[in-house]
Design a protein around this ligand. Structure first.
Ligand code: ARG
Length: 471
C-alpha cells in the first residue's frame, strides 16, 4: 500500500497508476485558483453554519484553518501534491491536517464540480475587472493622443493606397471606438460570469437545506445559477470571455500592423520609444518594432484558445465531465495574453512621436483631394458621375505632368473639367480645405475631432458610473 493521502479513495481499491495520476492531475495549473477556492469554501462553511449543518464551533475552526492555509500558500510554505489531483483537494487535505475532524465536514453538500465552477467564475470576474481598468487607461491614452493630433494631417487609406486626407486624431479615434466596444463587451460578459454555481453539488443539488442566495451574497454574485445540471457543466462564460479577448486582440493586432508600417522607413510617420523596440544581432542600424509585432503575433494564440474551448464543449453530454478540467489552460492563457498585450500598448502609445511633416508629405501625394474636386464640381451643378469622370481625366493629366492637382493652372483645369471652375477651387484642393469641409458628426475635420474627443471623455465617464457594473 502506498502512503498517499486518500481523500478520493471511495470504492477504488487500487492506487492510481503513476501515469494516470500525472495525466489527471491539474494542480500544477489550477493552483492559481487558491484564493478563490478558499473564499468559496469560507462562504460555503458560513452557510452550513447558518442552516445548522455545522456547529458554531466547527464553523470557527474551519474559517481559522482556511486563513492559515491561505497564509501558508501566500508565503510559499505550502507543499502542493500532484497526488491530490487539484487545488481543491490540496487545500482540503491541508485543512484536515491542521484542524482534524471539523475539516472533514467542509465538503458537506458540495462537490468539486460546483466548487471548481465557482472558483473559476470568481477568478474570471476579478480578472475582468483588472482588464477593464487596463482598457479604460488605454482609452484615455487614445483620447489624449487624439486631442494632441486633432489637426495633424495624414493620408487616409483604402487598399493601403492614399485615398483622402484625414487627421491623425481621427484615425486614433477609430481605435478608440474599437476598444470602447471591446470594453463594453467585457462588461456585458461579466454579468453572465457573475452567477453562483455552488449548491448544484455534483449535478443534482443536495439533500441539505442549503441557502444558495446567502452564499451568492457573501461572494458578490449577481445571481444564482437556476439549474444544477447547467451550473456544473457549462463553460459558455469562459468561451464568451475568450471570444471577447480574441476580438480585442484582433483590434490590437490591426493597430500594431499600422504601427509596424508607420515606423518603417517608407512611411516614417511615427517613432516608438527605444525601450519598446529591439535591435538586430547583425544589423547595427536596426530598430525593430518587436513589441508591436508580438502583440500581432499573440493574437493567433488567443484564437487558438477560443477554438480549444469551443471544441472542448461541443461533444459533452450533461452534466460534468472531466473534459472540463481542460478549460483552464486556454482560459488562463487568454487572460494572461490579453493582459500582456494591453500592458504593452499602454507602455508604448503614450510615448508615440508623430512626424507631422512626413505625414503631411505623404498626404500631399497620391491626389488625395480628387474627391474634393469632384464634390466641388457637383456643388457648381455638375452631376456626380460626370464630375467623377472629369476628375479622373484631370488626375491622368497630373500623373503625366508629374504635378499635384493644386498645381494645375486654372485655364488648364478649365479645359479639363469645364468652365464651372473658379478661383475658389484652390480651397477644395488643399489638404486643409479637404479636412475642414468634413466637419459633420463623425467626420475628420479638426473641429469635429475636438468635439469627438470631448464626447469620448463623457462617454467613458458615463460608462464608468454605470450602475450595472457591480462590485
Ligand atoms: N479538477 C477538476 C476540474 O478542474 C475538478 C472537478 C473534478 N470533478 C470530478 N468529478 N472528477 O474540473
Amino acid at each position: 500500500m502506498s502512503n498517499k493521502p486518500k481523500l478520493l479513495h471511495g470504492r477504488l481499491l487500487e492506487d492510481a497508476d503513476a501515469f494516470v495520476e500525472a495525466f489527471t492531475a491539474s494542480v500544477a495549473f489550477d493552483k492559481r485558483l487558491y484564493r478563490q477556492d478558499i473564499r468559496g469554501s469560507a462562504a460555503h462553511c458560513r452557510m452550513l453554519g447558518k442552516v445548522g449543518a455545522l456547529s458554531g464551533a466547527e464553523v470557527e475552526q474551519i474559517l481559522a484553518g482556511l486563513v492559515q492555509v491561505e497564509a501558508e500558500i501566500d508565503s510559499g510554505n505550502f507543499t502542493w501534491r500532484p497526488g491530490l489531483e487539484d487545488v481543491h483537494m490540496n487545500i482540503e487535505h491541508r485543512l484536515i491536517e491542521l484542524i482534524g475532524e471539523a475539516g472533514k465536514k467542509l465538503h458537506t453538500a458540495r462537490s468539486r464540480n460546483d466548487q471548481v465552477a465557482t472558483d473559476l467564475r470568481l477568478y474570471l470576474r476579478e480578472e475582468i475587472d483588472a482588464l477593464m481598468e487596463l482598457k479604460t487607461a488605454l482609452l484615455n491614452v487614445l483620447l489624449d493622443l487624439a486631442e494632441r493630433h486633432q489637426g495633424t494631417v495624414m493620408p487616409g487609406f483604402t487598399h493601403l493606397q492614399a485615398a483622402q486626407p484625414v487627421t491623425f486624431g481621427h484615425h486614433l479615434l477609430a481605435w478608440f471606438e474599437m476598444l470602447l466596444r471591446d470594453r463594453d463587451r467585457l462588461r456585458d460578459c461579466r454579468r453572465r460570469v457573475n452567477q453562483l454555481p455552488l449548491g448544484a453539488a455534483a449535478l443534482a443539488g443536495t439533500t441539505f437545506p442549503i441557502d444558495r442566495h446567502f452564499v451568492a451574497q457573501e461572494l458578490g454574485f449577481e445571481g444564482v445559477a437556476a439549474n444544477s445540471l447547467d451550473a456544473v457543466s457549462d463553460r459558455d462564460f469562459a468561451v464568451e470571455f475568450v471570444a471577447v479577448a480574441a476580438m480585442t486582440l484582433m483590434h490590437l493586432s490591426r493597430w500594431c500592423e499600422e504601427l509596424v508600417l508607420w515606423t518603417s522607413q517608407p512611411f516614417a510617420f511615427i517613432d516608438l520609444p527605444d525601450r519598446f523596440c529591439t535591435g538586430s544581432s547583425i544589423m547595427p542600424q536596426k530598430k525593430n518594432p518587436d513589441v508591436a509585432e508580438l502583440v500581432r503575433g499573440k493574437t493567433g494564440r488567443i484564437y487558438g484558445d477560443l477554438t480549444a474551448l469551443l471544441t472542448l464543449m461541443k461533444g459533452q453530454p450533461l452534466a460534468y465531465n472531466r473534459d472540463n478540467q481542460e478549460d483552464k489552460a486556454p482560459l488562463f492563457d487568454a487572460i494572461d495574453t490579453l493582459k500582456g498585450c494591453l500592458t504593452a500598448m499602454l507602455g508604448m502609445l503614450p510615448h508615440l512621436q508623430a512626424d507631422a511633416e512626413a505625414m503631411r508629405r505623404a498626404a500631399a501625394q497620391g491626389f488625395a483631394t480628387a474627391t474634393d474636386l469632384a464634390d466641388y464640381l457637383v456643388r457648381k451643378g455638375m452631376p456626380f458621375r460626370d464630375a467623377h469622370r472629369a476628375v479622373g481625366k484631370t488626375v491622368a493629366y497630373a500623373v503625366q505632368q508629374r504635378v499635384g492637382l493644386e498645381e494645375i493652372p486654372l485655364p488648364v483645369l478649365r479645359e479639363l473639367v469645364g468652365e464651372l471652375v473658379d478661383e475658389d477651387v484652390l480651397g477644395a484642393l488643399t489638404l486643409e480645405g479637404a479636412l475642414a469641409a468634413r466637419s459633420h458628426f463623425g467626420g475628420t475635420a479638426p473641429a469635429a475631432v475636438a468635439e469627438a474627443v470631448k464626447a469620448g471623455r463623457k462617454r467613458l465617464a458615463a460608462e464608468l458610473s454605470d450602475p450595472c457594473r457591480s462590485a
